[in-house]
Design a protein around this ligand. Structure first.
Ligand SMILES: NC(=O)c1ccc[n+]([C@@H]2O[C@H](COP(=O)([O-])OP(=O)(O)OC[C@H]3O[C@@H](n4cnc5c(N)ncnc54)[C@H](O)[C@@H]3O)[C@@H](O)[C@H]2O)c1
Ligand SMILES: O=P(O)(O)OC[C@@H](O)[C@@H](O)[C@H](O)[C@H](O)CO
Length: 499
């Protein structure tokens, strides 16, 4: 334990470097070839870490792929301030299952722009000849796509305002407005378009990004959407590293253990994976040199991860909270929830998956159980339960549909949906209130209240979220059975009966 703490910034890097590994490369020689929207925990634990690894290998091409982070939402002002005071440096701490900590200072983010301060500067950064890739972790909801039709929602106020603002960059507030205006400027200047690389947990994230940006371009100008579809590359990717939100305890841990004063470190699990389609229009860094799987078709990897990891996370979230588990490792090792989740993976998720090149699915699931159970990561069931209305329809409903179509069992998936509906009633089994965090909170909670009255299927009648599942008796029978169990016998007894 160091005898004094040092503020993290470029000037103090040598001192910090006597305690933890720091970038050995010359950050001043790094150009931001990547502009990233959504600099949160995950981006800093994953993509920025891979680029930091590449820069550390002294690969000549790497120095063209530093990152310029961009914040779009007003809440990103805190990241702006942290980045400014720390010269964009931050501490990444891997938490191993045995309790050991693996720290590193990451240096691949070399600039940060806050769009509300100066949208024109963001557009010019995007339009600069040095920018080759625009990457995104703007969350599942950030693509502004209708859950049922999959189409871009054109009447969202901020989107409509950006479409009306056109090339008046000073008025732009959304990622769509900023990125499309930059593409227009590049076209006018004879520069090739950058690649738009989504790193969000969405099946076909590249396809969905293309749908969203091209539809926005169409709003701006006739035929612009067609140009985007034709000329801009949108690789699909599967990204994986469990990264909880940073807490005050993490800030204190970094100061206590490593003597570093870092206002916003990132802590995460040691596991990391990135499968990426090789579809880049303006060049890409040699990511395969640092462990990224560059593959012709990412879909098998995506489905494996979304249906086994993310959908299981949903089971851990609601059942976990109903069983009083605040932390995910407690939920994942609970004697009744653990076998239920494994049975969901084996009997319902796995039959919907195609073989994944080079992956033994049984081993993958064993590893997932270990990862979920890592007691040091301290991920919360509350994080996993947030924004459920963006997650269940995208991760679990497709599993249900595939199994119904094939005549297979859906009772565990139905129970997970029922656990969400029970959770959304907003009161737990001890009468304590549950805080539901969801952009569709009012609607979801109102439906959950109605299911307590004379319409037990009220929750499922939201066709935007569940489509026509409410019309399928095989699903509704299983759902009602689980919901009755949750109401009459409680979560534990229901899990024991249904696993
Ligand atoms: N945390 C993880 O374990 C993890 C793992 C794999 C993938 N992901 C993906 O990364 C996303 C972000 O996760 P995180 O843990 O970094 O969250 P976070 O809350 O730390 O960061 C999210 C960032 O996205 C920005 N953002 C949100 N909505 C936006 C919008 N509409 N437009 C522009 N920016 C927007 C926020 O301002 C913030 O900077 C997830 O939604 C998921 O798709 C996360
Ligand atoms: O971040 P989200 O909203 O996509 O989903 C919540 C978690 O399931 C997710 O963050 C996982 O931890 C992550 O996908 C692991 O790679």
């Amino acid at each position: 334990m160091p005898d004094h703490a040092t503020a993290l910034n470029a000037q103090n890097l040598a001192e910090v470097g006597s305690r933890v590994p720091v970038p050995g490369y010359d950050r001043s020689a790094v150009t931001a070839g990547v502009v990233h929207f959504g600099v949160g925990g995950f981006h800093r634990a994953h993509q920025a870490m891979y680029l930091d690894r590449l820069l550390s290998k002294d690969v000549e091409a790497a120095k063209d792929y530093g990152i310029c982070g961009v914040g779009v939402l007003p809440g990103d002002a805190r990241m702006r301030d942290t980045m400014a005071s720390q010269d964009c440096l931050y501490t990444l701490v891997l938490k191993h299952p045995d309790g050991s900590l693996e720290p590193r200072i990451v240096g691949s983010i070399v600039e940060y722009l806050f769009a509300p301060d100066d949208p024109e500067a963001v557009v010019e950064k995007l339009a600069a000849p040095t920018t080759r890739i625009v990457s995104l972790t703007v969350t599942e909801g950030g693509y502004n796509l209708d859950d049922i039709t999959g189409e871009f929602v054109t009447d969202t106020p901020a989107v409509a305002a950006d479409a009306a603002a056109g090339s008046d960059a000073g008025k732009l507030t959304t990622v769509f407005g900023l990125v499309v205006e930059a593409l227009v400027r590049r076209r006018e200047r004879g520069l090739e378009p950058f690649t738009v690389m989504s790193c969000d947990n969405l099946q076909g994230n590249g396809h969905l990004a293309r749908t969203a940006f091209a539809a926005f371009a169409d709003l701006r100008e006739e035929a612009l959407g067609e140009w985007v579809r034709e000329h801009v590359h949108f690789p699909n990717s599967m990204v994986d590293r469990i990264t909880p939100a940073t807490t005050g305890d993490d800030v204190a841990l970094v100061e206590r253990e490593f003597g570093i004063v870092d206002a916003w470190p990132v802590v995460c699990e040691p596991f990391t994976q990135w499968a990426l389609e090789d579809s880049f229009g303006a060049g890409r860094p040699p990511l395969e040199e640092v462990g990224v799987q560059v593959v012709p078709d990412v879909e098998p990897y995506e489905l494996m991860k979304l249906r086994l990891l993310n959908a299981s996370h949903q089971a851990l979230a609601y059942f976990g909270r109903l069983l009083d588990h605040e932390l995910v490792d407690g939920a994942a090792t609970d004697p009744d929830l653990k076998p239920f989740v494994r049975a969901y993976m084996d009997a319902e998720a796995t039959p919907t998956l195609a073989p994944v090149p080079g992956v033994d699915l049984d081993e993958y699931k064993d590893t997932l159980e270990e990862r979920f159970g890592n007691p040091h990561v301290r991920d919360t069931t509350a994080r996993l339960a947030a924004e459920s209305s963006d997650r269940i329809p995208k991760w679990l409903v497709p599993v249900v549909r595939a199994n119904l179509a094939a005549g297979r069992d859906v009772h565990r998936s139905a129970a997970v949906v029922a656990s969400w509906a029970r959770y959304a009633e907003g009161v737990d089994e001890h009468g304590e209130s549950i805080t539901v965090v969801d952009r569709r909170r009012d609607r979801v909670m109102a439906a959950a209240q109605r299911q307590l009255g004379d319409d037990p299927l009220a929750f499922l009648r939201d066709r935007e979220l569940f489509g026509d599942l409410v019309d399928d008796a095989r699903f509704t029978d299983a759902y009602l059975d689980a919901l009755r169990g949750l109401h009459d016998d409680g979560a534990r007894a229901t899990l024991r009966r249904l696993r």
